[in-house]
Design a protein around this ligand. Structure first.
Ligand code: FPP
Length: 249
């Protein structure tokens, strides 16, 4: 750990409350590659290293849940070479990291329209789920082939099915029922949503879940986002006054 990282970590510990759940829109891989006159997949590969750094940072600082937007439904429309590079990286990440993640107590969950994955990518997803299922220190949600609106539609369809089958009355549908049909039913909502590369959009990520999240926009491009950048975001979060629509006493 560098001096800057340990100073920031000490500051975080003095403050106390760390966000339980951090969600990240990892953006800027393409620009990072372009700045180096390299093809876009080169940026994604470097982005994979930033994923590792952020997982380490969460483990070190006591964050319980980390949600990463790794591939959106819209990303399927990128050039075939880029899509296959991203899928290969996912498989490589799992092949290389699954054992270490399991050893470190990370439990990996993968969410999204996984039917669209290639057999090799789907097998990798199954493998990481299986091998890390005992992890109790950090829950890592990877969102792949994911769209927030599609997740809401899926939840509505699940509710409708339960009503049709006579397992649920329409008047019993409330926020808790809705929430329990989301991919993230197993974890608390994000407290902090980080987006890198300076863009100020949600881009269809966790639309329901970020209702009360604090937003942190970092100008850093994702491949350069490291542990210190994560700790800066956590320090910033610790200075926020979260009111959830109420007034401070
Ligand atoms: C956005 O940058 C990033 C992505 C579409 C992919 C994110 C993937 C990774 C970080 C690597 C693999 C991750 C895992 C978990 C194995 P962009 O391409 O839209 O960048 P740009 O806006 O600069 O073009």
């Amino acid at each position: 750990m560098t001096d800057t990282e340990s100073d920031l970590l000490a500051r975080i510990r003095v403050h106390g409350a760390v966000p339980r759940h951090i969600a990240i829109i990892m953006d800027g891989n393409g620009r990072w590659a372009r700045e180096r006159h390299m093809p876009r997949p080169f940026g994604h590969r470097s982005g994979m290293k930033a994923v590792r750094a952020v997982v380490e940072g969460c483990l070190e600082s006591g964050v319980e849940w980390l949600s990463l937007f790794a591939f959106s439904q819209e990303n399927w429309q990128r050039p075939e070479t880029e899509v296959s590079a991203l899928m290969s990286l996912l498989e490589e990440f799992i092949a290389r990291e699954a054992a270490d993640l399991a050893r470190q107590g990370v439990c990996v969950h993968v969410h999204g329209d996984l039917d669209r994955l290639s057999p090799a990518a789907a097998a990798a997803v199954e493998r990481v789920r299986r091998e890390t299922s005992g992890g109790a220190r950090l829950g890592l949600n990877l969102f792949i082939s994911y769209g927030g609106r599609a997740e809401l539609v899926r939840a509505a369809r699940l509710l409708a099915t339960d009503v049709l089958q006579g397992d649920l009355l329409p008047e019993e549908i409330d926020e808790a029922q809705f929430r329990s049909r989301l991919f993230t039913a197993h974890c608390p909502d994000p407290d902090l949503l980080i987006r890198t590369s300076g863009e100020q959009r949600l881009s269809n990520f966790l639309l329901w879940q970020v209702a009360y999240a604090e937003l942190y926009i970092s100008s850093v491009l994702w491949p350069d986002f490291d542990r210190a950048a994560l700790y800066e975001a956590i320090c910033d979060f610790q200075r926020r006054d979260r009111r959830f629509g109420r007034v401070t006493p």
